[in-house]
Design a binder for this molecule. Structure first.
Ligand code: NAP
Length: 533
């Protein structure tokens, strides 16, 4: 049992938490960072399944706060794999001497506001107690794995893994019969990684997604030099672009091209890197069903061309959503893997999952397919999952999970009324585009807010209910601006019983930046600053 006092207590050693620790320390606050994991990296610590890798360009994911860091760290590939990403975060905490303020292997079980003192008491699973002026919950949007309740999970005699809790000790799947459930971004990365290694791989797919090639490649020396030289320009673009990517912006409507020109353009996009298919497509591609449909038909053609067994190809083609209705996955050799005789696809739309038996996976047609290993690539309790589990109690004992029982209520996706001195950059209602970029904006806002409070002798900062209401209403009312469907996890639709509410920021990063900049410049008028009350 310890009782440590600190200005800023950060929860979560992922991309946002490490940034927050760096910035809090830079501004002269004492700070500590707790994480349940034994290492840093957050999502890049836990998701160590084979072939887990970025699908944002590596250099657009890393930190921009130090030119020296930018110049000395060379990403080896356009889309770095998990081991390299984890090494990067370790390098950052060592380089900036942040490790001394890390407390790893600590699971936060509660964070309770003491109204009389204006401080927080944070307790861990092992009973350690920390007191702080501020709590910054940098707990991430994709950090609480979702594993559906399927009968028989306790009778299955083989081994089960979730992609998001992949063991740190190497898992040897050679010669194993593997059942993989789920074909989102994690599933499509795993399939080709396993196909040549395992004895057999059965992929259980419920909803097919529009998977397109990641087109990963090593970063050549000339490009490395260019990135270093152009640090200021790159930084500026990444700090201001709506998507948080370096991608060129779309420059024309589909109708400006003939059908033949569009086919050529689509072919070029197919060969482009990751999200460029989304971010550099035609201007009207996400909101004009005809254009979107044409691109989907193009991708469906690629699937039919690639997968030799046409029955399998047809099952892999999405029927119920266009491109961008759900977060698209990017793969390397995903469709090709289905040509490997050891890989088979089971469509759970045709034959739903019934149960795990002692020896394998049973589907509704009564077939049991034997498996030594079941891998759940079944996703996350997105946006609110981790915050709702943190045991947060604000003023008058208000429980955050109770306050958010009908969906999150936030200001700028980083604060809630009734929870003074509690911030959650990277939380629901902020998320839009390349994750570290908008989270970084929010970290800057939180840091400036704490500095402002200190400069004005205030020990308590709390967002007003009116400001929270205005932002929350905007998030819910503007949902139509986003292409994502209400049936996607961005609305909590994948979690049984979760309210279907907007969890992203459909107004985009630029709007969040505008509101944040104006609020900060005006002295944070939507916050009440003062003494404990
Ligand atoms: P996901 O996109 O939520 O996919 C989960 C999969 O599991 C879906 O195919 C889903 O089918 C299936 N599933 C869920 N419950 C099921 C059930 N009861 N029975 C059968 N199937 C079930 O999760 P994810 O693949 O982990 O990806 C989540 C997000 O993490 C991504 O969108 C991305 O933002 C991020 N990510 C990024 C990378 C990267 O490259 N940087 C890699 C992995 C993940 P339904 O769709 O039918 O529900």
């Amino acid at each position: 049992m310890s009782d440590t006092e600190v200005d800023v207590l950060i929860v979560g050693a992922g991309v946002t938490g490490i940034n927050q620790l760096y910035r809090a320390r830079q501004e002269g606050f004492s700070a500590l960072l707790l994480d349940e994991a034994e290492g840093v990296g957050g999502t890049w610590y836990w998701n160590r399944y084979p072939e887990a890798r970025f699908d944002s360009e590596s250099y657009s994911y890393g930190y921009l706060f130090s030119r020296e860091l930018w110049e000395e760290w060379e990403w080896s590939e356009e889309y770095a794999g998990q081991p390299e990403v984890e090494r990067y975060f370790n390098h950052v905490v060592d380089k900036f001497d942040l490790r001394r303020d890390l407390r790893l292997g600590r699971r936060v079980t509660s964070a309770v506001y003491d109204q009389g003192a204006g401080t927080w008491t944070v307790t861990t699973g092992s009973g350690e107690v920390y007191r702080s002026r501020y709590v910054v919950a940098a707990t991430g949007v994709l950090s609480v794995p979702f594993r559906p309740v399927v009968p028989g999970q306790d009778v299955f005699r083989g081994v089960q893994y979730h992609t998001g809790r992949w063991p740190a000790d190497a898992v040897d799947l050679r010669g194993k019969r593997v059942a993989l459930i789920g074909t989102g971004s994690s599933g499509v990365q795993l399939v080709p990684a396993l196909a040549d290694v395992v004895e057999s791989l059965t992929v259980y797919q419920r909803t097919p997604d529009w998977c397109t090639p990641l087109n990963n490649a090593p970063i050549p020396a000339a490009r490395q030099a260019e990135l270093k030289r152009d640090y200021e320009a790159v930084k500026h673009t990444l700090e201001t672009s709506p998507s948080g990517f370096l991608h060129e912006l779309p420059n024309r409507y589909a109708e400006a091209d003939t059908a033949e020109e569009r086919a050529v353009f689509f072919e070029k996009l197919w060969k482009s890197g990751g999200f460029r298919k989304l971010s550099t497509n035609y201007i009207d591609f996400l909101h004009n069903p005809e254009v979107n449909g044409e691109w989907c038909a193009f991708v469906a053609g690629k699937i039919r061309e690639t997968v030799r067994d046409q029955e399998t190809a047809e099952k892999l083609i999405p029927r119920d959503h266009g491109y961008g209705g759900r977060r698209p996955p990017f793969g390397t050799g995903y469709y090709e893997a289905y040509n490997n005789p050891s890989v088979r696809l089971v469509s759970l739309r045709d034959t739903p999952l019934v149960q795990l038996t002692e020896t394998g996976v049973e589907t509704a047609d009564g077939v049991v397919r034997d498996a030594d290993v079941v891998i759940w690539a079944t996703g996350w309790d997105f946006g609110t999952g981790a915050l709702n589990k943190l045991g947060v109690r604000g003023r008058a004992g208000l429980a955050l999970d109770d306050y958010w029982k009908d969906g999150p209520r936030t200001y700028l996706g980083l604060a809630s009324a009734g929870f003074p001195n509690f911030f959650f950059p990277g939380g629901p209602h902020g998320s839009t585009g390349n994750n570290p970029r908008y989270n970084g904006d929010q970290v800057e806002f939180v840091t400036a807010l704490m500095v402002h409070a200190r400069e004005h002798g205030a020990v308590v900062a709390e967002v007003s209910a009116a400001a929270e209401e205005e932002w929350t209403t905007l998030m819910n009312d503007q949902a139509g601006r986003s292409s994502f469907l209400e049936s996607s996890y961005f609305y909590g639709a994948n979690i049984p019983g979760k309210p279907r509410k907007q969890l992203l920021n459909p107004t985009g990063r630029s709007n969040m930046q505008k509101v944040a900049t104006e609020t900060a410049a005006a002295g944070f008028p939507v916050f009440e600053f003062g003494a404990p009350a």
